[in-house]
Design a protein around this ligand. Structure first.
Ligand code: HEC
Ligand code: HEC
Length: 216
């Protein structure tokens, strides 16, 4: 084969690449992607995709597909730096990212916490979560993340049902700059306005739906 036709065949293969396989989101979740470095998601994110709280591995089940796909691309291009997910995301191709994100989005999630939480703000932590602190130009978390932190649309992910250690790690990542993928810097300003103890307290507040059930 002459070098020219080799190049031609090579570019045909590259063009055909993304169409060469119909990516199966469920198969990727259970067994991993075509590239062996794209390990099965359920190994860390739980057989039901609800995460593994004790290990701080986040819930993916029921998160919006657009948000999930964005995160995978952010890990890949470096606006979200994290040693475990970066190589995994790089090992997925475009079709696989879309397929696994759509699969995850339709997995059942635990019900969102009680809406009554919206109205009850008797202590400083709850006030911060619900109404923010305008002295610090800090909006309430639920103003973007929805009632009880249940998430809003494709862009504002749920906080409810995530492990506390994961939520705290994300807030810290924005503060130190390893996560810089938020549209219009919506989260970096929020995270930087919080103290360390507020980060821990808010992470615990949103991680535990039981917290508000104990309230009247
Ligand atoms: C070896 C463990 C491991 C495996 C396997 C794994 N993940 Fe992760 N994943 C993590 C960890 C740890 C994080 C938290 C990263 C951080 O702190 O930024 C994470 C975070 C994520 C996030 C961000 C969630 C959010 O709420 O922003 C997405 C999306 C994700 N993983 C998708 C996947 C997919 C899809 C697969 C399978 C192809 C997968 N992961 C396999 C450990 C893993
Ligand atoms: C002005 C809107 C806005 C407000 C207010 C806000 N957030 Fe966010 N938050 C976002 C957006 C947008 C994202 C997703 C960024 C991205 O695309 O990665 C996000 C993501 C997060 C994440 C990462 C979730 C995940 O699955 O990785 C955490 C944790 C978080 N916010 C906590 C909070 C807390 C706690 C508060 C209140 C102190 C708060 N946010 C207030 C807009 C907001």
């Amino acid at each position: 084969m002459n070098p020219l036709s080799r190049v031609a065949i090579g570019s045909l293969l590259i063009l055909a690449g993304p169409l060469a396989h119909a990516a199966d989101g469920q198969a990727i979740f259970n067994r991993g992607g075509q590239n062996p470095a794209a390990m099965a998601c359920m190994g860390c994110h739980g057989v039901d995709g609800k995460g593994i709280a004790a290990a701080g591995f986040p819930r993916l089940a029921g998160l919006p597909a657009g948000y999930l796909a964005k995160q995978l691309r952010d890990f890949r291009q470096g606006s979200r730096k994290q040693a475990v997910m970066e190589p995994l995301a790089k090992a997925l191709d475009e079709a696989e990212i879309d397929a696994v994100s759509h699969y995850l989005a339709q997995l059942p999630a635990d019900p969102a916490p009680d809406l009554r939480r919206q109205q009850i703000a008797t202590d400083p932590l709850t006030r911060l979560a619900l109404y923010g602190d305008w002295g610090r130009q800090l909006p309430g978390c639920v103003q973007c993340h929805g009632p009880g932190g249940s998430g809003v649309g494709e862009h504002f992910p749920p906080l409810a049902g995530q492990p506390a250690a994961y939520l705290a790690a994300q807030l810290q990542a924005w503060r130190i700059g390893t996560r810089s993928n938020d549209p219009n810097q919506l989260m970096v300003n929020v995270a930087k306005a919080l103290s360390d103890s507020e980060v821990e307290a808010l992470a615990g507040y949103f991680a535990q739906p039981a917290h508000q059930e104990a309230r009247p």
